[in-house]
Design a protein around this ligand. Sequence first.
Ligand SMILES: NC(=O)C1=CN([C@@H]2O[C@H](COP(=O)(O)OP(=O)(O)OC[C@H]3O[C@@H](n4cnc5c(N)ncnc54)[C@H](OP(=O)(O)O)[C@@H]3O)[C@@H](O)[C@H]2O)C=CC1
Ligand SMILES: O=C(O)C(=O)[C@@H](O)[C@H](O)C(=O)CO
Length: 276
Amino acid sequence: MTTVPDITLNNGVRIPQLGFGVWQVDDAEVVEPVRVALETGYRSIDTAAAYGNERGVGEAIRASGLERSEVFVTSKLWNSDQGYDTTMRAFDATMERLGLDVLDLYLIHWPLPERGTYVETWKALERLYVDGRVRAIGVSNFTVDNLRRIMDEGGIVPAVNQIELHPNLVQTELRDFHARNGIATEAWSPLGQGHLLDDPVIGRIAEAHGHTPAQVILRWHLQLGNIAIPKSVTPERIRANFNVFGFELSEAEMGEISALDAGRRFGPDPVTFNGV
Ligand SMILES: NC(=O)C1=CN([C@@H]2O[C@H](COP(=O)(O)OP(=O)(O)OC[C@H]3O[C@@H](n4cnc5c(N)ncnc54)[C@H](OP(=O)(O)O)[C@@H]3O)[C@@H](O)[C@H]2O)C=CC1
Ligand SMILES: O=C(O)C(=O)[C@@H](O)[C@H](O)C(=O)CO
């Protein structure tokens, strides 16, 4: 079975570079795709309290028969739970639903800059980390300014920033900031939620390699050094999205795909998103 390469985080913890996302898959529905993903060889699952499927994710991991240490589990603190004490309680609830003792990676889901509570929330994540309840802590949807603030006011540099990132939103500035500061870049909606699969440039490159557009986009992520967490509930797609380690894009092809950057988001803008 193919082994996914790891990315070593800034505290030495290793995360598989290709993982499996489960947004918009409810608790009852999520067990089967996670089972297929683990059977295929994925060893990293990205969930969140807001997805309402932590219980199903935990169940699927236990049913797989894999050792706990073989599966990297990420979850995220939802917006309505920001704040120090509320974060501590939300983390307990997440762990109860997942049925785990220690989480691999816990993220603040959104910065909510207007609310102004992400620094105290970060301090709660630092506490959870120091107490050994989570192996690595990070953030999601943070801008350079948000990152600078927690780095100035907190004691731990986030291990990961999980951001919307795909060929229409290449995030050069954030990726450069991450690289300079030892923060791993994790790409959400790595396939642009499926909207980029008909792009003619990606289609031509896919044809040249005898692979699918989704595989080419995932390969682009891997060669850029991103962690990518594609989602699918379709078994053939779950398996196909894992078949991305046997070919390589040339520098010119990487450049052509990156040139599709249009600053186009399919999800909310973190600067203005204040969702609960
Ligand atoms: N931190 C954050 O704020 C966010 C995090 N995320 C995380 O990132 C993960 C991935 O992002 P997501 O928004 O789900 O979008 P993706 O970019 O992973 O795209 C998922 C969509 O593409 C389809 N798809 C997947 N593989 C293929 C394929 N090989 N061929 C054709 N279509 C395909 C899926 O369909 P189908 O399932 O029907 O097969 C689904 O409609 C999420 O599941 C979640 O874990 C996502 C959004 C925000
Ligand atoms: O999927 C996620 O992780 C999200 O944060 C999204 O659900 C996001 O909150 C959104 O799309 C809201 O419209």
